[in-house]
Design a protein around this ligand. Structure first.
Ligand code: ZN
Length: 416
């Protein structure tokens, strides 16, 4: 299996919106651009919602059949490790090996020594095509980097071999993710990481580093856009260099996690990939649940009532809901309207607060982030929530498709 140039992480908490998501990829295809849908739902989401991994495959297969999608598609076992991967082996063909937890843990001293001695090319001045300033490194700086990342790469190797022994070599896509950590990896560190991944024999096709800046859930990028653009392009150059130097898979590319709604860096992503004729994987699954709420609110009546109840209960349970996501949200409680205020809202007030249109004065990024992590509330409503989704299907699916196509696929992949 060879990953396509542009892959797009889709999916939704309750596995009800696969079709409207796929429709957005269909619209891109009609314009001549292949954006390959990759349905993902993290282990954390499955736990919170109380679902099993095969439900993602079922929803994806059904949508592909219904819409007669003529291109490949994937089902991603998202952010798995050795403890959690087994439940995904049967139905996933894309695996995101999350080894962020292992960053900074010490590998055996002999393995660190071995990495340094077997890679003399990592020492001194390294000129990389497409990067202006050469990297300079010393034995000490490479050692420091190995001490930081080698154990994590070895962990990725263990997870990879476990999957390979079950699915067979070449039958799945491998991504390594190091994004859920505090410090971004520099392009120079990425080079050492890729050398170690090659040594470990992992046929990696996409890598998710932690980039500079904050990638908060469901809202725009917060950080230095110019720095991001440079880092993103430099990372692509490093990948290209590493593919040639270490025999890594040809299509190896960057993966942008929490990539939905990061509108202010989409130009940088588009320009970086075009400049190098490189691919990219952008994960956007989280944004779809918010479109569900927008669709419910837009439908008015009982749909709007339910959307208000979700806000009400999410507001009450704020701290518990936010706890698993503290590294990826920034909510100012003072900017959250009270549930009683929201109870007085009309459809247009609810959708204006939630829909990600930053030019709209009523847009409220704090409401958006709170509701982003509030899906547990809807999960607890169970059939009442799911039933309302089918009643409001028309407004929901229209919002899901439009959000993905107009706000995400167009600026990232199509001509502007
Ligand atoms: Zn991630």
């Amino acid at each position: 299996m060879r990953i396509q140039k542009y892959t797009f992480g889709v999916g939704d908490r309750f596995a009800q919106q696969a079709e409207p998501q796929l429709r957005a990829c269909m619209m891109a295809l009609e314009q001549g651009v292949e954006v390959i849908p990759t349905w993902n739902k993290s282990h954390r989401e499955h736990l919170i919602v109380g679902t099993e991994p095969p439900t993602v495959r079922e929803a994806a297969d059904r949508a592909v059949r219904e819409l007669k999608w003529p291109k490949p598609y994937y089902v991603d076992a998202d952010h798995i490790n050795l403890d959690t991967v087994d439940g995904y082996l049967g139905t996933s063909d894309f695996f995101t090996l999350d080894v962020a937890y292992a960053i900074g843990r010490a590998a055996e001293a002999s393995a660190v020594d071995n990495l340094i001695s077997s890679h003399p090319e990592l020492l001194g001045t390294i000129q990389i095509d497409g990067i202006h300033e050469p990297f300079t490194s010393t034995r000490d700086s490479v050692r420091q980097c190995a001490e930081q990342f080698l154990f994590a790469v070895q962990e990725a190797g263990s997870i990879y071999r476990h999957i390979e022994s079950s699915k067979g070599r070449g039958n799945f896509i491998t991504e390594v993710s190091m994004d859920e950590t505090d410090n971004p990896q520099t392009p120079a560190e990425l080079l050492v990481i890729l050398a170690a991944i090659a040594d470990e024999g992992i046929p990696i096709q996409t890598i998710a580093p932690k980039f500079t800046g904050r990638f908060n859930k469901g809202v725009d990028y917060v950080g230095d856009q110019i720095q991001f653009a440079k880092e993103f392009a430099d990372d692509i150059a490093v990948i290209r260099h590493a593919v040639a130097a270490y025999g890594l898979p040809e299509g190896l590319k960057l993966s942008v996690h929490s990539g939905s709604d990061k509108f202010s860096i989409y130009d940088a992503i588009r320009e970086g990939t075009r400049r190098f004729d490189a691919g990219v994987h952008v994960k956007t699954a989280g944004t779809n649940w918010l479109e569900e709420l927008i669709g419910l609110a837009e439908a008015g009546g009982a749909g709007l009532q339910l959307a208000k109840q979700v806000y009400d209960q999410a507001h009450g349970a704020r701290e518990a809901l936010c706890a698993p996501y503290l590294a990826v949200i920034d909510i100012d409680p003072d900017r959250l309207p009270s549930p009683s205020e929201v109870h007085g809202w009309e459809s247009s007030q609810y959708t204006a607060a939630l829909r990600h249109d930053q030019s709209c004065p009523e847009f409220n990024a704090d409401v958006r982030q709170l509701l982003h992590v509030g899906y547990k509330i809807a999960a607890k409503m169970g059939d009442r929530y799911l039933g309302m989704l089918s009643e409001c299907e028309e407004t929901i699916s229209r919002n899901v498709t439009e959000n993905l196509f107009v706000r995400h696929i167009q600026p990232l992949f199509l001509d502007g």
